[in-house]
Design a protein around this ligand. Structure first.
Ligand SMILES: [Zn+2]
Length: 287
């Protein structure tokens, strides 16, 4: 199967937003820090344009409120705008009420900016984990139609939803049916290796992500790639704190643009909403 179109997704946030950086940059300091995304994001937009790729950009509401032109630019170049919540807090720390305000506010902000419905959501640090399924109901009630927050692994200390299916699937909830787009894993010898992007793409050999996407292709299903602007931005903050944490968050950035070129040459991609539309139609026909 070579006609499978995978999903190229970007979590649009600043270098001070990843969970690993919360000990260094408190929420109160964010407004005083230089923002890098207005410089970094266009580099990727040019790369995607050159390969005729359109993707899905999960934009953090906090950033959209401060960089509205950047969000409009992403949308005007044909990409889907989706939500990464408002303030980059973990879902299992927010609780249901604050989660609801976070996803409602970011949806409203983004829709006002781009003038079309925002259908999808990805949780900061994949923080929908077992026991947090109420989040699916909240998303449905707030008008979302798909989620891309589940990582089907059991090996990460702070995230992972081991029972998630490997390919896009419907989650039936009291509030309706939500289409889930799990992060891609590569199965080998009975083990599941994360092969979806982020640090796994930046620090491990690139063939791992390629192999994960090819396995999806063999099943005839789209795989999920994800990346953050601070992973390809040349500039990095001189942060105090753990050296190991810094390495895990920022090391390997010089190769990320080159590696994304390699992906763009090898695979076809389309926005997630296209798979949502197709699977919604198929579900309508079968019921
Ligand atoms: Zn994030």
């Amino acid at each position: 199967m070579t006609d499978v179109r995978h999903h190229f997704s970007v979590d649009v946030e600043e270098y001070f937003h990843p969970t690993a950086m919360t000990a260094v940059y408190g929420f109160d300091e964010w407004d005083g820090l230089p923002r890098r995304t207005p410089e970094a994001v266009p580099l990727l937009l040019d790369l995607l344009d050159a390969h005729g790729i359109t993707g899905t950009f999960f934009v953090l509401g906090w950033l959209a409120e401060r960089e509205p032109d950047m969000v409009r630019d992403i949308a005007s170049r044909g990409h889907e705008i989706a939500s990464h919540g408002s303030e980059h807090r973990l879902v299992y720390e927010l609780g249901a009420d604050r989660f609801r305000s976070s996803v409602a506010r970011s949806k409203r902000t983004l829709e006002q900016l781009v003038g079309r419905p925002v259908l999808g959501y990805r949780a900061p640090s994949f923080s929908i984990v077992p026991g947090i399924e109420w989040a699916f109901d909240v998303l449905l009630e707030e008008g979302y139609r798909y989620d891309a927050s589940l990582f089907p692994i059991a090996t990460h200390p702070t995230y992972g939803y081991p029972d998630a299916e490997p390919d896009p699937y419907w989650i039936d909830r009291p509030a309706g049916a939500l289409l889930e787009f799990p992060s891609t894993i590569y199965s080998i010898a009975g083990r599941s290796l994360p092969a979806s992007g982020g640090a796994y793409f930046r620090l491990l050999p690139p063939w791992l992500v390629h192999a994960g996407l090819r396995q999806c292709q063999q099943r005839g299903r789209p795989g999920m790639f994800y990346v953050h602007p601070w992973e390809w931005d040349d500039w990095a903050p001189a942060v105090e704190g753990s050296r190991l944490q810094w390495l895990r968050t920022f090391h390997g950035r010089k190769s990320v643009l080159r590696r994304m070129e390699g992906l763009a040459r090898r695979f076809e991609f389309s926005p997630i909403r296209e798979t949502l539309e197709r699977m919604t139609e198929e579900r309508g026909r079968s019921t």
